[in-house]
Write a protein of this length. Structure first.
Length: 694
């Protein structure tokens, strides 16, 4: 017999034999057994019998024990009742108590029988005293009473609920929750109490990457052994964690994640590799009171619990650690593990940000080989979990369908940007890139260095991660560059082009909102920015960076000491930074040499020559800007020595003048705009330009 329901009903029939025997014993000794009002009052004969003291303890029932052994041999150990027994470490007495409490929910005849045995026709469920009587355990037995304690498996696991707390212990009713009864009868519907709190994911094992590592790898933070690579350095792997999840004594795991989603993604990958379905809990809805129900549901399904990220996992970690069900539980959070969270020590693992894995993107795309762009290059800047990739691809396909065109890299970038956390906007100004290489006018050398910067950002996981071309000391995989040049030479636009090429957003740090006159506050503000930037995929731009990255000075007073402490903090934080940052400055000489040494690239943006100024004028006045045929852009470029930013401002001024006059942009409008820029800069107008009023 392998049918779970058939085995359960057979056990109930064996229980009926025990009940029948106890009914016979009670009716033979009770003088009021034939009274039709029995259970509604206590007759004199019954009172005298009760006053005489308890009767003899029930004798062993060899027939029941033999029938139970035969049934167990025929059924095997694969029924749902056996699953509950193993998951909650139930004893034989626990199982009998559970079946005794469950019987009225499966067979109505037990209601009348229990009413008779309880000496109260209104008490139609089993009581603690009746359950112990049925199985030959004295109600004074400490072992028997312990099965109903708050920390006992039946009660702590919410398999049996003790009712009537105000009654004496033997008279307290026993109730089996509907979800437990439904599960034992073969119903796999999710517990209604957990609707919206948990979701079931039944995923196939995750395939290994070509290099042998699994996506979403984790590395031990508490001394766990990890196979080293050829150079003796530990290589992160999920294989060890997946193996632990398969063990009978499943661990409680805390995953300290470097960025949102990395911990839960690694947990789901490990569970899938172990062949376990995942019960994923919503961190905003999961409470300590619901933890026993979540553990019960996971135990009944043979699933692992994955929950997070939690800002503070202390209370929930304690609740899961104290749970009676022995199921794999993996909690994730951004905070390092605090030993004060729980008396028991969980398995603590560090989960780094995901490496770029093109295979994950290919697996989610319907036709990865038929794309009209380089998928690896388009997605190289992202460190997404498998779930984030899935959502990004879904969003990209939706946008492509809305536009009525095939999927493009721009659609993928738009979908990927939606997956970023929004915490950085509190400290920086967000810019969605709207420019490209064609909008940037630069000489060959800085343009080539900028393309090199793009390649560094794309391949940093391979070079610094897989190839290990990174020194120790907690250094991150960040890419940091400095753009130096006069105002208006294209530094900010170059940062926007960099972000556009990588498919990322650009966040411009507002330095006035960062720098604080109070000691230590500037460092706190910068730490918030670096932390948020590490947790998302974006380009961080420090405009006018010499305000915070300036040279250290000799210590002459307390102000110098604290200023140097601020610089020292920035030096350390840049080395551990894992994202992409660009510093811009008009005064390269003001940047501390120690900062310069930590930069990956320094790109000088020269003042444009006449040919480049001609290209800038032409680009600013390109269609749909209406320009009449008399506009001499060569003259504008030759006679007005303006940088790109000033040229754009001059073109905007000319556009306003032309729009007000209701005509195309003329040469006079361009000259007026250029003169205004000269005056804004405090420079003399060229002598051969007529000094007409502007």
């Amino acid at each position: 017999m392998t049918d779970s329901t058939g085995y359960l009903l057979a056990r109930i029939e064996l229980l009926r034999a025990r009940v029948r025997r106890l009914v016979g014993t009670r009716s033979a000794a009770d003088p009021s057994a034939g009274d039709e009002y029995r259970g509604l009052y206590v007759p004199d004969g019954t009172a005298r019998r009760l006053a005489a003291g308890p009767g003899p303890e029930p004798a062993r029932d060899p027939d029941y024990e033999r029938a139970l052994a035969d049934l167990a041999e025929a059924a095997g150990a694969g029924t749902r009742l056996h699953r509950l027994t193993g998951a909650f470490r139930l004893t034989g007495l626990d199982v009998e108590i559970l079946l005794t409490a469950l019987a009225p929910d499966l067979d109505r005849s037990f209601e009348a029988l229990y009413g008779y045995l309880n000496d109260d026709v209104s008490r139609r469920r089993a009581t603690a005293g009746l359950a112990l009587d049925l199985w030959g355990v004295p109600v004074t037995s400490a072992h028997g009473r312990a099965r109903f304690a708050a920390g006992a498996p039946l009660v702590a696991g919410r398999l049996v609920v003790m009712q009537d707390a105000d009654r004496p212990f033997p008279s307290r009713g026993l109730l089996v929750p509907d979800r437990v009864a439904a599960f034992l009868l073969g119903d796999d519907a999710l517990d209604g109490e957990l609707t919206g709190v948990v979701r079931l994911h039944d995923e196939r094992p995750v395939a290994a990457r070509p290099d042998g590592a699994l996506t979403g790898a984790v590395r031990p933070d508490n001394g766990g052994a990890v196979p080293p690579d050829g150079g003796g350095r530990a290589r992160p792997s999920l294989a060890g964690l997946a193996g632990r999840l398969r063990e009978d004594d499943a661990p409680l795991v805390y995953l300290h994640e470097a960025r949102p989603g990395a911990g839960t993604a690694a947990a789901r990958t490990a569970a899938a590799s172990a062949g376990l379905p995942v019960l994923a809990a919503d961190p905003e809805r999961l409470t300590v009171e619901l933890v026993p129900s979540v553990l019960r549901e996971a135990a009944m399904r043979g699933a692992a619990v994955v929950a997070g990220p939690f800002p503070d996992g202390g209370a929930l970690l304690r609740a899961f650690a104290d749970g009676s069900a022995k199921v794999p539980v993996l909690l994730a959070g951004p905070q390092p593990f605090d030993p004060g969270w729980s008396e028991s020590q969980p398995l603590v693992l560090d989960v780094p940000a995901q490496d770029h894995a093109a295979g994950v993107w290919r697996a989610e795309l319907p036709d990865p080989d038929g794309l009209g762009f380089d998928l690896d290059a388009a997605t190289a800047g992202y460190r997404f979990s498998a779930e984030q990739v899935r959502r990004a691809v879904r969003a990209a396909l939706d946008h492509a369908a809305l536009d009525g065109v095939p999927l493009s890299a721009a659609h993928l970038h738009r979908g990927a940007r939606l997956q970023n956390a929004g915490g950085l906007h509190k400290h920086a100004r967000r810019i969605v890139p709207a420019v490209g290489w064609d909008d940037l006018v630069l000489p060959a050398e800085p343009a080539g260095r900028l393309r090199e910067l793009v390649q560094r950002a794309r391949h940093r996981d391979r070079v610094l991660g897989e190839w290990r071309l990174r020194s120790g000391g907690g250094r991150g995989r960040g890419v940091v560059a400095m753009f130096a040049g006069e105002s208006g030479t294209g530094k900010t636009m170059a940062a926007e082009v960099l972000a556009a090429e990588l498919g990322l957003e650009l966040y411009v740090v507002e330095l006035p909102a960062v720098v604080d006159k109070y000691v230590g506050e500037t460092e706190k503000n910068l730490e918030r920015i670096f932390t948020e930037a590490d947790r998302m995929d974006a380009v961080l731009l420090f405009d006018e960076a010499d305000a915070v990255f300036g040279k250290r000075s000799d210590v002459k007073d307390s102000h110098d000491r604290y200023a140097n402490l601020e610089s020292a903090y920035l030096l350390q934080r840049l080395e551990s930074f894992g994202g992409i940052a660009v510093l811009t400055t008009n005064l390269r000489a003001n940047i501390d040499d120690a900062f310069t040494r930590r930069l990956d690239l320094v790109i000088d943006f020269p003042f444009p020559d006449p040919a480049q100024r001609r290209a800038l004028w032409e680009h600013c006045l390109a269609p749909p800007v209406p320009v009449d045929g008399g506009a001499d852009l060569d003259r504008c470029a030759r006679e007005f020595e303006l940088a790109g930013g000033a040229i754009r401002s001059a073109a905007v001024t000319a556009g306003y003048l032309a729009a007000a006059a209701g005509r195309p942009v003329s040469m006079d409008d361009l000259l007026a705009g250029a003169r205004r820029e000269y005056r804004k800069l405090g420079r003399l107008l060229p002598g051969d330009i007529p000094q007409a009023a502007v």
